[in-house]
Design a protein around this ligand. Structure first.
Ligand SMILES: *Cc1c(COP(=O)(O)O)cnc(C)c1O
Length: 223
């Protein structure tokens, strides 16, 4: 199997898991995380039907997004202030916002360019020290800050689960969903849940993911 076939198989599996969970496949966006591969494999995934791609470094986002303008690009990595100009506008959705100073800078750059940048707030639901993101009890204040930034629109929440333990992953995903449900009455734009990677995406879909970010299952021959 090549990348095209692996993408097709993954997309079919995502649709099957949605149906089994009583959800519509159209409710879940499959983001192909192309951070470890070059343009040839991006092109193969597009040939298999991929529409959305994720990158975690501006150095990779910039050339790929500029080459494959027919695709929708997502920024899923660590945000650095000095690279925000490269990300705003190129990424249709920034998944990994958790610092107020970055929100303000994104707002400034988006305003200069006359756009509104869609973002997700990254939450460290599991509390693991190695994970970035806000503690759940800090998210409301962040959303309030962003509500005063006219060129930033928070569309939802993102998290990463502990690896190698699907029960812990399920608790993490359920926790993100509960937080979204709790905050949504005050913040009606908060609809998206970006959660689930190659090892745990079926569990994430069962727990309400609207975006899954899948890398190795699509792009690695050995996954
Ligand atoms: C790399 C990455 C993914 C994809 O991980 P896989 O295990 O390869 O599916 C998803 N989300 C983020 C934030 C990543 O950095």
């Amino acid at each position: 199997m090549g990348t095209k076939e692996r993408f097709e198989a993954t997309a079919a599996e995502v649709a099957r898991v949605c149906e089994a969970a009583g959800r519509k496949p159209s409710e879940v966006t499959l983001v192909a995380v192309s951070k470890t591969v070059g343009p040839d494999q991006v092109a193969e995934a597009i040939a298999g039907g991929a529409t959305d791609f994720g990158e975690n470094r501006p150095d990779q986002l910039v050339p790929k997004a500029d080459e494959f303008t027919q695709a929708t690009w997502h920024f899923i990595g660590n945000i650095q202030s000095r690279r925000i100009r490269d990300i705003v506008g190129r990424a249709a959705l920034v998944h990994s916002l958790f610092e107020e100073r970055h929100a303000r800078k994104i707002d400034d750059v988006a305003r200069e360019r006359g756009i509104v940048q869609d973002v997700l707030v990254e939450v460290n639901v599991s509390g693991e020290e190695s994970k970035s993101g806000l503690a759940p009890d800090q998210v409301r204040a962040m959303l309030q800050t962003c509500a005063d930034l006219p060129n930033v629109r928070v569309r939802g929440l993102m998290t990463m689960a502990p690896q190698g333990d699907l029960d812990a992953a399920r608790r993490t995903f359920a926790g993100l969903r509960a937080l979204r449900d709790e905050l949504q009455p005050s913040f009606p734009d908060l609809t998206e849940l970006s959660m689930g990677m190659s090892e745990d995406w079926p569990v994430a879909i069962e727990e309400g993911a609207t975006i899954v970010r899948i890398g190795r299952a699509i792009f690695s021959e050995t996954f």
